[in-house]
Structures are given as C-alpha cells and as structure tokens.
Design a protein around this ligand. Sequence first.
Ligand code: BGP
Length: 472
Amino acid sequence: MIHKQLKDFPKDFLWGASTSAYQVEGANLIDGKGPSCQDVKEIPEGTSDLTVCADHYHHYAQDIALMAEMGFKTYRFSIAWTRLIPEGTGAINPLGVEFYNNLINECLKHNIEPLVTMFHFDMPAALDNRGSWSNPESVDWFVNFAKVMYENFGDRVKYWLTINEQNMLTLVGPVIGTLHVPDGCTNLMKEIYQQNHHMLVAQAKAMALCHEMIPGAKIGPAPNISLVYSASCKPEDTLAAQNANALRSWLYLDMAVYGVYNNLVWSFLEENDACPTFAPGDEEALKSGHPDFIGFNYYNTSTVKWTDGNTQLTGNQDQQTTRGETGFFEGVDNPNLLKTEFGWEIDPMGFRATVREMYSRYRLPMIVTENGLGAYDKLTEDGKVHDNYRIEYLRKHIEQVQLAISDGCEMMGYCPWSAIDLISTHEGMVKRYGFIFVDREEFDLKTLKRYRKDSFYWYKKVIATNGNDLTD
Ligand code: BGP
C-alpha cells in the first residue's frame, strides 16, 4: 500500500531501548546473587565470561542518566531470578530487592517507564540441577518468582514481559546456553517441547496472577517474531513457509493470546512422537493468560523451501539463521537481502510485513522489544564512535514502523537492542549494539567508561521529534 499521507507516531509512544540482566549487569556472583545457567555454562571460545559485562550493576545511575539524556520514555531491562532468589526458590536476597528498587526508582526519577522482562535466558543453576523446565514443578517455581516480583515492584512497575524469546529457548537452546537435557533422554524433540509446554503454562499463570495482584498493570509475551518467506512461488514452497512460520512464531503467539496449540505444530509433533503431556488443569491455565499487548523482538526474516524429507535437517543455527526440520521446511539464503558483519540478513521491509501479519492475527497493541545491528564499533582517539551503519539500520526500521502504523497497526513503542554495549549471547563483547559505548574489550576490562556514539545523538533527535525527523 502506498500512503499519500503517513500517520504520526502516537503521542505517548514508548521510545526506549533494551538490555538483559545477565548480559549487562556483571556482578554475577556478588551481593548474594546465586549462579544462573549462564554463569555455569561453557563460555564460547574467544569470548568473555559474564562476571563484569558492562558493569551496569555499579553504573546503573550513570547509565540511566544517559538514557534520560537521550529522552527515553521507557527502559526495558530484565530482573535476574538469582539476584532476587539465589536458589530459584526459597529465601529472598534483600540486596537483590534493593538493587532493583534502586534501578526502578532511578528510572522513575527521570520519568522513564520501567518495562521489566521477568525471564531472559537465566534459569537459576540450582533449579537446573533439579531438571530446569523439564521438571513439572518449574511452573510453580516461575509463578512464585513472578509473585515475589509483583509484591516487591508492582507498586511502581506497570509494564511486564514474561519470557524473552521463548521460541529461541526452544529452537536454539544450545546456542544461548540454556538447553537442559536430562540423563536418559531418548526423544530430544519430545523433551524440548515438554519443557516448552511448561514455559507456556508458567507464562499463562504469571499473566493471570499479574492481573490479579496489580490492578492496571499490563503484561505480554516477548518472543522473537519475524516472517518466514517462501523461496519461490511454487505451491510446495508456500506450504513449507507456512510450516516454518507456525513452528517459529505462531505456536508461541497462538498460545499466549488464544491458549491453544497451533494445529500445524501439533501435527508436526504428533509425527515425531513429540507431543507434550498436559497435567490436570493445564488446558484451563493456558486459556487464562490474556496478554494486554504483544512484545516482540525482530532482527530479520528468513526464507525456506520445500523438503521431501530425504535431507536430514535439525533446527536453527542461531537466533536468525534457519536450517530447517526434516520433512517440514528447509532454510535457504534470501538473495535479495544484504547481511550484517555477523551474517544476519537485514530486512526492514520484512519488519512492516511482520507487524501487519501479527496484527491481523492477534489484534493486540504491539511493542518492539528488540531490533538492532551488531557491529565491530571503534572508539576514536578523541572519544567518538562513528556508527553511521547503525543509524542507517535503525532509520530504515523505524520508517517501516511508521508505515505499519499508517497501515492501521497499533504500535505502542520501540525498544531497540541495546541501550548500552553488552555481551552478546554467543559472540562476545566485540559484537556491539548499544547507543552508549563501553570502554572494554573482550578480555581487557580497561576503564569501563561510557561514551556517546553518533547513534546516541541521532536517537535523541528521533525521540525529541517523536519520530518525525530521522535524518542524521
Ligand atoms: C536476542 C536476545 C538478546 C540479544 C540479541 C542479539 O535473541 O534476546 O539477548 O543478545 O538477540 O543477539 P546476539 O547477542 O546473539 O547478537
């Protein structure tokens, strides 16, 4: 659709940016924090561990002041389960409560709305030892964690996100260091989708509890959603794309919004003897969630073709590169798209297409909880970072958000990844995303001083003009 006149961004549009606790905070085992699965995982070779990260734990006030300088309306961060409840269940860590109180209060002091992710890839190690999400008790562990957060922070936090990228936890768990495989497991797919089922039930219960405990609060899921294209106009490739979209995205949103399993995914699981077992009450619990909005991360689309089932394929390579599933779909490169330095395709127009599709399926307001460009930024001798490539990437994506709004889609906000440089899921510190540069290298912590990148000044202007001026 070509619009003669574009609609403005809504007046109360939530401009901001995102981080996650285990990637930004550091201080991973101090002040009472227990280890999470991220702290005990095997760190990918050549990349930093998670002991210091951007040291946001000790620099949060300065970091939030910089976000306020950019004009942020919201800051999306996650609460580390093990900072609040070191063993995952049981005793609460008072210093953990204090830290998040300080962080939330600091945001509010600057009129920044806290947008809190409850779970971002960091299962308590103590619960990993008890089976992680494969243990049916994991539902209660998570709901208890939610309750502790609502009790302590619900008076001030009005926007909540449940589980970050549950679809990536399920599809690429080994890449992000979260997959727990119990001893003696003989059907890995069944095991993974049982864990996924427990997360879905936990999420639905946490959403219902939020509405019960915090009147007026809004809560939603935060999967990674992006359209999967058909490699050609062959009918069989279209079927493959439908399969891939269902397995990658619609499973998670059909469940969060309608409380039902996507039929294509359910058939695929049946074919593989991998259907999850429902505990008594699960069916009702799944239908009781009712999100107020959809949070979603978007980096790029993917493309697939038909597969006749003779090629052996297993899952994705990382969050954004789709390999395929035997007999369901096979991932291919999209020759129409350029790639980032880290090999992720760049597709701003696919962003608009994704938003349009989501809105027509679910009719809920949407907030972008991640979008961004990982790159090898360089600090110049005079303390500058000329990241025009990032400005270009973000500009093209924000333009598409406005086009989607003009298409009639309801968008609440835009929070790119990331507010500040932090550690990547599996590619270390050198893969930077932030508006704020952190002076450290992969293994040399240097000064940890903060520098404003060129994108910092650009984003400040974007926010000040409510998205009307996207020029450099
Ligand atoms: C998403 C995760 C984030 C983040 C981002 C960039 O999948 O939610 O935690 O890291 O991707 O990915 P990466 O760090 O692999 O470049």
